[in-house]
Design a protein around this ligand. Structure first.
Ligand code: NIG
Ligand code: FE
Length: 413
C-alpha cells in the first residue's frame, strides 16, 4: 500500500532517526513540521517534509487540511488480556473498602484469576479483542500485554497464548510479558510456598515453554510489601539474565521496599508505577537507562498518589507513560486521557507527555528502532487527528476521542 498524506497541519514526533529515548530538557520538545506531507510505502514511512518539498509523482494522496498527524501511541504497560470484569469491587471501594482490603478478602487479582481459569482461550481472546479495538480507535498502535491472572503454569501460558493468537489477527503490534509473580494463590499457600518459592516455581515451570513457543519478550513481578518482596525479585533477576528476558517490574505502588534500587542495579529495562518514592529511589533513577514508566490512570482510579514525574524528569530519569489497562486498578486504556492526566495531575508539559507516550514508550519495549516517531524506515503506525488547532490540544481537551483514523503497518484500521 502506497499513500501520501498532504497538507498536514502539524506532523509531530519527527525526531532524528537515531533517537532512542528522551530525558531532561529534550523530553520537553515534541518536534513537528507545519504544513507537511508524509509518504507511506509497504508498511513503512518512506519520506516526509514540508509541503514546499512535496514530490510530484503518481503516489495516491489524501488531503488532510486542518488535521494533524503523529506516531501511534506505544502503551508499554497493560494487562489487556483477562476474563470478566470487577465493577462490583469498584462499588465496594466507593463504600469505603480499600484496594488492599478487597485483595486480602480474596478479591482483586485472585478474583480475576478465578475468572481466567474458568474461561477458554477463545473466549478470553474474544473479550480482549473488543477492548483492543477500542484502544486502536483511540490511537494505540503498539501495546505490551502481561500475563499474571493465571497464577498457575497452565493458566499463565493460556494468557500468553491468547496474546499471541490476538497478535496474529490484528494490525496493532502486541508485545507479551510473562508476569510470573502477581499474587500468591491459595494452592501455593496450601503447598507451603511463600512469595519467593512460588516465584521460583513459576519461573522454572513456565520459561521452557515460553522460550519454545516464543510466548514472552519480558519478565515482570509485583514487588510490594504485601505481595512479592526482594527475595522474589532476586529470582526474577536471575531468570532474566539466564534466559535473556529483560525485566519490567511493578514496584513502589503502595510501599517503597527498595525494589527500584535493586532493579536498576540489575539493569531492568523499566520500573513501573512509582507512586510511592523515597528520595533514594528517585536518586537511583538519576541518569539511568532503566525507564520510569508512570501510570497516572491507576492513581486516578484508586485514589493513590501520582508518581513524582517532575522530580524524575529533573533527575534526568527516562520517563514513559502507559495505561496499566486492567480490571482492578485501571479499567481504561485511553492514551489520550493518560496524557491529559499526566499534564493535569503530574504537571508534565504536553510535549513531555506526547514524547513519553510515543518514543519513550517504544524504548520501554526495546522498540525505538521501529516505533514511536516519524522517521524514514520506521513502521507506518500513525494517527490522523480530527480537525484540532494543534498537537498539544490532544493533551488539553480531555474525554473525547480526537483521533479520526489510526493507520497501522500502513493499513487504515
Ligand atoms: O498494575 N499492581 C499490580 N497489578 C495491577 C493491578 C492488578 C489488579 O488489580 O487486577 C496493576 O495495577
Ligand atoms: Fe500493571
Amino acid at each position: 500500500m502506497n499513500l501520501r498524506l498532504i497538507n498536514i497541519k502539524q506532523l509531530g514526533g519527527v525526531h532524528p532517526s537515531n533517537t532512542t529515548a528522551l530525558r531532561g530538557k529534550a523530553l520537553d520538545h515534541f518536534p513537528f513540521i507545519e504544513n507537511a506531507y508524509l509518504t507511506l510505502l509497504n508498511g513503512k514511512i518512506k519520506d516526509f517534509g514540508p509541503m514546499s518539498q512535496c514530490p510530484h509523482d503518481e503516489t495516491p494522496s489524501k488531503d488532510l487540511t486542518g488535521r494533524c498527524v503523529l506516531p501511534a501511541f506505544v502503551d508499554s504497560h497493560s494487562h489487556l488480556v483477562y476474563a470478566g470484569t470487577r465493577e462490583q469491587e469498584f462499588n465496594l471501594r466507593l463504600k469505603g473498602a480499600s484496594y488492599e482490603e478487597i485483595a486480602a478478602a480474596g478479591g482483586g487479582i485472585l478474583n480475576s484469576a478465578g475468572r481466567v481459569a474458568a474461561t477458554t482461550q477463545e473466549e478470553m481472546q474474544r473479550q480482549s479483542a473488543l477492548r483492543l479495538n477500542r484502544l486502536i480507535a483511540n490511537g494505540t498502535g503498539t501495546l505490551e500485554i502481561k500475563s499474571g491472572y493465571g497464577l498457575d503454569p497452565e493458566n499463565e501460558l493460556k494468557m500468553l497464548r491468547t496474546v499471541q493468537a490476538l497478535n496474529e489477527v490484528t494490525n496493532a503490534t502486541l508485545i507479551p510479558t510473562f508476569l510470573a509473580a502477581h499474587a500468591l494463590p491459595a494452592w501455593a499457600k496450601a503447598k507451603g510456598m511463600n512469595d519467593a518459592t512460588y516465584t521460583r516455581y513459576m519461573l522454572e515451570a513456565c520459561i521452557p515453554t515460553i522460550k519454545k513457543e516464543g510466548l514472552a519478550n519480558f519478565l515482570d513481578g509485583f514487588i510490594e510489601r504485601d505481595y512479592f518482596k526482594l527475595d522474589a525479585l532476586t529470582h526474577l533477576i536471575e531468570a532474566s539474565a539466564a534466559h535473556s528476558l529483560p525485566l519490567k517490574i511493578h514496584v513502589n505502588q503502595f510501599y517503597d521496599i527498595g525494589g527500584i534500587q535493586m532493579a536498576v542495579r540489575a539493569g531492568a529495562l523499566s520500573v513501573d508505577h512509582l507512586e510511592v518514592m523515597r528520595p533514594e529511589a528517585i536518586k537511583a533513577l538519576h541518569g539511568s537507562d532503566t525507564i520510569a514508566t508512570l501510570l497516572p490512570s491507576c492513581s486516578y482510579f484508586l485514589g493513590i498518589p501520582y508518581a513524582p514525574a517532575r522530580q524524575l524528569i529533573e533527575e534526568d530519569a527516562l520517563v514513559a507513560l502507559a495505561t496499566d489497562y486492567n480490571p482492578g486498578s485501571s479499567p481504561g486504556g485511553n492514551m489520550q486521557l493518560v496524557c491529559n492526566m499526566a499534564c493535569a495531575k503530574m504537571k508534565m508539559t504536553p510535549a513531555e507527555a506526547l514524547n513519553a507516550a510515543t518514543i519513550n514508550g517504544a524504548a520501554a519495549l526495546n522498540m525505538s528502532d521501529r516505533k514511536g516517531s516519524i522517521a524514514i524506515g520506521k513502521d507506518a503506525d500513525i494517527l490522523i487527528t480530527k480537525e484540532i488547532p494543534s498537537l498539544e490540544y490532544l493533551c488539553y481537551d480531555f474525554g473525547t476521542n480526537h483521533i479520526q483514523q489510526t493507520i497501522l503497518a500502513g493499513q487504515p484500521v
